[in-house]
Design a protein around this ligand. Structure first.
Ligand SMILES: C[S@@+](CC[C@H](N)C(=O)[O-])C[C@H]1O[C@@H](n2cnc3c(N)ncnc32)[C@H](O)[C@@H]1O
Length: 205
C-alpha cells in the first residue's frame, strides 16, 4: 500500500455518494478537482468540533466538499450556503445534492462569488474558500467580517506557490493570501500540508 492508499483506507465516507463522485471524477478531465477525502473528513471534523450551524462555501464544484460539510451540519440542523458560477456543472451539482438527500441543509447560490459575497450578512461559523484563486486576496476582508468571533476561515490550495501540481501560475494569489492572513493579528492561523495545502484561521476575540 502506498502513502495515500494507506491513509485513505481508514477514511470512512459519510455518504456513499462521496465514493461514487471520487470514482467518477478519476475518469474525468472536464471538471475541476474536488478536495481530497482527507480534507473532506477534516471539514466534517471542524464542523463537528465547532458545532457549526452556519457555513459558507465559496466554490461548490459538483458538490463533493459540500456533501462532507452538509453531512456534518445535519447534526446541528444548520445550513451550508454554497456559491458557484459554473454553468456546465450546475445541473450536476443540483443532482448530486439531491441524490445525497441533503437538500434540506444546503442552499445553492448560482453566480459570481464577487457579486454574492458582498450581499451576505450575519455571522458565520465556518467559511470554506475553494473558488477562483484570484478571489482569495480579493474577498479576504469581506470573508473576515462575515466570520463570527471564534469561527474558522479555511482556504484550500494555499501551498500552490511551492506545490502547484498542474495549476502553475496561481501560486502568487495563494502567496498573497497567506501573507495577508499571517500578518493579521486578529487571526490565529496555520498551514497544513493536506492536498495542495490548507490555511486554517481562527478569528480571535
Ligand atoms: C476547485 S473547484 C471547487 C471544488 C469543491 N470545493 C469540491 O471540493 O468539491 C472551484 C470552483 O470554484 C468555482 N469558481 C471559480 N471562480 C468563481 C467565481 N468567481 N464565483 C463563483 N464560483 C467560482 C468554479 O466554477 C469551480 O467549480
Amino acid at each position: 500500500m502506498d502513502y495515500f492508499e494507506y491513509l485513505r483506507h481508514f477514511i470512512q465516507r459519510d455518504s456513499a455518494l462521496l465514493t461514487e463522485i471520487e470514482n467518477e471524477s478519476e475518469l474525468r478531465d472536464d471538471i475541476q478537482p474536488s478536495v481530497e477525502p482527507e480534507l473532506g473528513k477534516f471539514l466534517g471534523l471542524m464542523v463537528r468540533l465547532t458545532k457549526a450551524d452556519k457555513i459558507l462555501e465559496i466554490g461548490s464544484g459538483i458538490g463533493y466538499s459540500t456533501i462532507w460539510l452538509a453531512e456534518a451540519v445535519k447534526i446541528t440542523d444548520g445550513k451550508v450556503i454554497t456559491i458557484d458560477n459554473h454553468e456546465r456543472t450546475h445541473k450536476e451539482l443540483l443532482r448530486n445534492i439531491s441524490n445525497a438527500g441533503l437538500g434540506k441543509w444546503i442552499e445553492i447560490k448560482h453566480g459570481n462569488a464577487e457579486d454574492i459575497v458582498p450581499s451576505l450578512s450575519g455571522s458565520w461559523d465556518i467559511i470554506f474558500q475553494d473558488s477562483g484563486k484570484y478571489l482569495y486576496p480579493l474577498l479576504y476582508e469581506q470573508i473576515f467580517s462575515l466570520t463570527r468571533t471564534g469561527g474558522l476561515i479555511i482556504a484550500d490550495d494555499t501551498l500552490f506557490k511551492v506545490n502547484p501540481g498542474v495549476r502553475k501560475g496561481l501560486g502568487n494569489y495563494m502567496d498573497e493570501y497567506n501573507k495577508i492572513v499571517f500578518a493579521d493579528s486578529r487571526l490565529y492561523s496555520t498551514i497544513l500540508p493536506v492536498g495542495h495545502g490548507i490555511t486554517v484561521s481562527l478569528k480571535l476575540e
